[in-house]
Design a protein around this ligand. Structure first.
Ligand SMILES: [Zn+2]
Length: 121
C-alpha cells in the first residue's frame, strides 16, 4: 500500500511554505522597525518614566512576536529541506505519512496529530 503524498500536492505545499516564509520574514522586519528600542531618538529623549515602561512592554511584546516568527521560519526551513530530500510529510516520530488535510492546515507540521498530542503531554 503506497501512502506517499502526490507530487502535485507536495509542490503546492512547497509554494505555500515559500510564501509563508517570505511573509514571516517581512513581518519580522516590520516588527523590528516598530520596536521603540530601535528608534534612534530613544536614547536621547528625556521621556517620563511611564513612557519608558510603555516602551519596555512594547519592546517585550515585539520581541516575543519576533521569536515566534523566527521559530516558525525555522520550522518552514526544515519542511522545505524535507521536500528537497523527498521526506516531506512523514511524521518524525512514527514515520507514518501525515494526512494531507493536516498538512494543508499546517504545511510545516513535523508530526501527525497522534504524535503531536503525545509529545505535548
Ligand atoms: Zn506520528
Amino acid at each position: 500500500m503506497d501512502k506517499r503524498l502526490p507530487k502535485k500536492f507536495i509542490l503546492e505545499q512547497k509554494e505555500k511554505l515559500e510564501k509563508e516564509r517570505k511573509r514571516s520574514l517581512d513581518q519580522v522586519e516590520s516588527l523590528k522597525k516598530d520596536d521603540p528600542f530601535t528608534d534612534p531618538d530613544h536614547a536621547s529623549d528625556n521621556a517620563a518614566i511611564d513612557t519608558d515602561v510603555r516602551e519596555q512592554v512594547g519592546h517585550d511584546t515585539i520581541e516575543a512576536e519576533i521569536k515566534d516568527l523566527e521559530r516558525r521560519i525555522m520550522d518552514i526551513d526544515i519542511a522545505l529541506r524535507k521536500i528537497s530530500r523527498g521526506q516531506y510529510g512523514i511524521c518524525e516520530r512514527c514515520k507514518k505519512t501525515i494526512p494531507q488535510a493536516r498538512l494543508k492546515l499546517i504545511p510545516e507540521a513535523a508530526f501527525d496529530i497522534d504524535c503531536e498530542k503525545k509529545l505535548r503531554k
